[in-house]
Ligand binder design. Sequence first.
Ligand code: HXC
Length: 511
Amino acid sequence: MKDILEKLDVRRANARLGGGKSRIEAQHKRGKLTARERIALLLDKDSFEEFDMFVEHRCVDFGMNDQPKTPGDGVVTGWGTVNGRTVFVFAKDFTVFGGSLSETHAQKIVKVQDMAMKARAPIIGLFDAGGARIQEGVASLGGYGEVFKRNVIASGVIPQISVIMGPCAGGDVYSPAMTDFIFMVRDTSYMFVTGPEVVKTVTNEVVTAEELGGASVHTTKSSVSDGAFENDVECILQMRRLIDFLPSNNQVGVPEWPSFDDIEREDLSLDTLIPDHPNKPYDMKELVTKVVDEGDFFEISPSFAKNIITGFARIAGRTVGVVANQPMVLAGVLDSDASRKAARFVRFCDAFEIPILTFVDVPGFLPGTAQEYGGLIKHGAKLLFAYSQCTVPLVTVITRKAFGGAYDVMASKHIGGDVNYAWPTAQVAVMGAKGAVEIIFRADIGDPEKIAARTKEYEARFLSPFVAAERGYIDDVIMPHATRRRIARALAMLREKKVEMPAKKHDNLPV
Ligand code: HXC
């Protein structure tokens, strides 16, 4: 009997070695952790329950049946907890055929995807893999298809997070692309459909892996990735932090953590946050961090379309999604990138019943051929669409400008804002004074005195929150220092909000 038990220990130890000691050393030399080390760091201590440790590939082509098989077949799968809450996980093992996906490797991933859906718990994929196992051909492609289909079925039901922790190609970038969030590790992770060598063969283009698909590219240019971290350890610890913000599924509502930040807390410094001159910028992040619990803000896509801020925070211990124009970048204007970024975030929040807090200081949509040719109308419509279809609580605070169409878009009353507040410094209007006067008083343009008088008149009448408040478009004009308390009360009042939308198969978002 003892022999049998010991054999199990030996088999387990062998499986834990993955591709062997030398490949593990190579992994460490590149500054990367192994799949198992990553999982151990992600999950609560001793909470990992592994599935399918002994699964082996069945490939016999290209000499695959002559080589010793590696138990586990290049992916470690199972479940555990993060701060006590169940999550499912799979981690690609780069030491085994570069983490590439075989038929059996795919079956392991599909099993945890199905389990995560049955248990209605988030799933996290740690990617460090070269795509389809080339030796397996179509069996591998079929495996990816099964994974992709499940990514889509699970979308909007359980949170799916992808973490890119090594060179990833082919299916190992397409599956992440269908999940909710993608994070990368700087300098050691890459994402491309085809690597630099194939690029050179096909297009004659010579690029490095970093130039083609490093974190610097995907967090700033392509927006494929929602954020990047310095190394494996920091990245995984940040994933634990993110999971604490997320609901387990689309039915249970947001998690509630003990909060040590009084909801009555006032912040007098907010009364002087808005500069005297309307074109002077200020940092909207200062407002966000001063209002939310303990200043704890997990930003999504901080390096892309910085003119809009998106991320998770808590009010009274409960998660909220924050969307805020950033006057420090392009005056907080809405352009195509900002619209797409915020639209995707708003849709995630709505799908998972996360209330949305919107801070508005927006001079409008960005004019110009570059934007129009790039499809600003369609991209702007994405954000308008996303907010308009929300059924989660929407609380909006206009701090300064809310001009033109952008006023409507940014969770205004008209498209579903539940509680809409404005600071006394708010200016809700079709446009700023200069533009407005030049259009409606064109005949007076040659007369600076008249123009100055008209401008003053316009500013006095329209550049305030009161025209909107007179119509009930703004529920109240609030003191900046009381913003946290007013938001917290509004969210508490809206906690059981229910809105019925007409039955339909699905909408037709302007993609
Ligand atoms: C089998 C693979 C493999 C693969 C890597 N390996 N990729 N084995 N199938 N796809 C093996 C290597 O042979 C090597 O084995 C080990 O993994 C490490 O790979 P290296 O090349 O030495 O590592 P590195 O230099 O870091 O380069 C990593 C890489 C590169 C950028 C991922 O290996 C690469 O370009 N691989 C091919 C990528 C690719 O084109 N995949 C198919 C995509 S198509 P040894 O024994 O030497 O350690 C696809 C279809 C899905 O995925 C459909 C999408 C819609």
